[in-house]
Design a protein around this ligand. Structure first.
Ligand SMILES: Cc1cc2nc3c(=O)[nH]c(=O)nc-3n(C[C@H](O)[C@H](O)[C@H](O)COP(=O)(O)OP(=O)(O)OC[C@H]3O[C@@H](n4cnc5c(N)ncnc54)[C@H](O)[C@@H]3O)c2cc1C
Length: 396
């Protein structure tokens, strides 16, 4: 048994856990960062540039910068939306996540490759947890005052420590990473991402083609069980001209699209990132929100240790929802209405031509807020929304 007593043990070394561990170590706390390792996180890798400045991540980690998004409708009409006032960054998760973990270690967190198994409390040691892990098939335990569960969408920490009253909501996503030659990329393709809104590609979400320099991520998501993600991805490869691109790897994972009602157990455990259910509906964007969730969980843990007041743990969720709850709600409504049928998807893509829609979309993505600068634009978009919903898209 390891006799060290950690202030915080973080389970999961993805963007959420690595950020939490780095922030805690920076404050001089004793941190253990546990990740089971051995797998690259399936992910399109799209991030807003704001993430780089807010979390002090170097631009050199970007595999590509996207300056335009092509939205493709069920009738194969497309709208090219220039990224106004910025760009969308693309990261490769193997490199990006490892960089974040190494930074946490450089700041003083201890890294351990192992799998979280469970947690116990010994009445003889109040204010302390016994965390059971397996490393190389061997079970052992570590002592810790607090636990952060950043172990992804199927979080074992959440399952064991913070049971929820409602079932979790997921979109199941799958992608193929393919090699793209100069000829395949041609023209602007290296700096343009594609978002496909076609019912046979995804009946309730979307398909994507994201450029990553010499590779591309092509994938689809859906909440519908039984839908063949692989077949749809093959179809998307065909439609986007990448059928013959050599496969590098293929992988899938669930994306949680509803923040859990509780992120902490009111005592010694708090969740962050996918474990807490925080991926933006409609877009599936989770990396930025995971890092923010990791930071807020770290703040809440540090405040709990400092004040010995476990109620501080609830601050992580409260602060997150105060900042982003409204955006999540709007995106949830958008997904519910606009992704429901090909007729609505056609209307949605058509609406993307609107300069107001483009400005508000990029403002929300790049700055992570609903713009208040132009209330009239919101009003105009609202009435166009209603018109599209009631009478459908006008022929173009
Ligand atoms: C196909 C796909 C495409 C996506 N595309 C995008 C995109 O383009 N942009 C975007 O912003 N988001 C995207 N997302 C969402 C994004 O990947 C996640 O929201 C983000 O990775 C969440 O970070 P996290 O740190 O919370 O969890 P994760 O990145 O899942 O990290 C969890 C970590 O916990 C570890 N772990 C799990 N269980 C245990 C255990 N029992 N013991 C020890 N360690 C454990 C895992 O090894 C992993 O390293 C996509 C998701 C999918 C599935």
């Amino acid at each position: 048994m390891n006799q060290a007593l950690y202030d915080v043990t973080v389970i999961g070394g993805g963007p959420a856990g690595a950020t939490a561990a780095a922030d805690l170590a920076r404050q001089g706390l004793q941190v253990l960062l546990v990740d089971r390792g051995g797998r690259i996180k399936p992910c399109g890798g799209a991030i807003p540039p704001r993430l780089l400045s807010e979390f002090d991540v170097p631009e050199s980690l970007l595999a590509a910068r996207v300056s335009e998004a092509r939205m493709v409708s069920p009738a194969n009409r497309h709208v090219d939306m220039e990224v106004l006032g910025g760009y969308v960054g693309m990261v490769d998760r193997a490199e990006f996540d490892e960089w974040l973990r190494q930074r946490a270690a450089a700041l003083g967190a201890r890294r351990l490759t192992g799998t979280f198994v469970g947690v116990d409390r010994d009445p003889a040691r109040p204010g302390e947890l016994t965390v059971t892990l397996t490393t190389d098939g061997q079970e052992h335990s570590v002592r810790s005052r607090l636990l952060i569960g950043a172990d992804g969408a199927q979080s074992r920490v959440a399952e064991l420590c913070i049971p929820q009253r409602r079932a979790r909501k997921f979109v199941y996503a799958y992608h193929e990473v393919v090699q793209v030659s100069e000829a395949m990329r041609g023209g602007d393709a290296g700096s343009r991402c594609e978002v496909w809104y076609q019912g046979d590609i995804s009946p309730d979400f979307y398909g994507w083609v994201f450029p990553h320099g010499s590779t591309a991520s092509i994938g689809v998501g859906t909440a519908r069980r039984g839908f063949s993600l692989r077949q749809a991805t093959m179809e998307l490869r065909s439609r986007s001209g990448l059928l013959d691109a050599p496969l590098v790897r293929r992988e899938g994972a669930p994306i949680p699209i509803k923040p859990l009602a509780r992120w902490d157990n009111g005592r010694d455990v708090v969740l962050a990132g996918d474990a807490a259910g925080v991926v933006a509906p409609a877009s599936g964007e989770g990396i930025y929100y995971a890092m923010l969730g990791g930071r807020l969980a770290a703040d809440a843990a540090a405040a709990t240790l400092q004040t010995a007041d476990c109620r501080q743990l609830a601050m992580a969720r409260r602060r997150f929802m105060r900042a982003h709850g409204r955006v999540f709600w709007v995106l949830g409504m958008m997904q519910y209405f606009w992704y429901a049928s090909d007729r609505r998807r056609e209307g949605f893509v058509k609406m993307c031509r609107d300069p107001d829609v483009q400005r508000l979309t990029w403002d929300a993505y790049l700055h992570k807020r609903l713009s208040r600068r132009d209330p009239l634009a919101h009003l105009r978009v609202f009435f166009k929304d209603i018109k599209q919903l009631l009478i459908g898209p006008a022929p173009s």
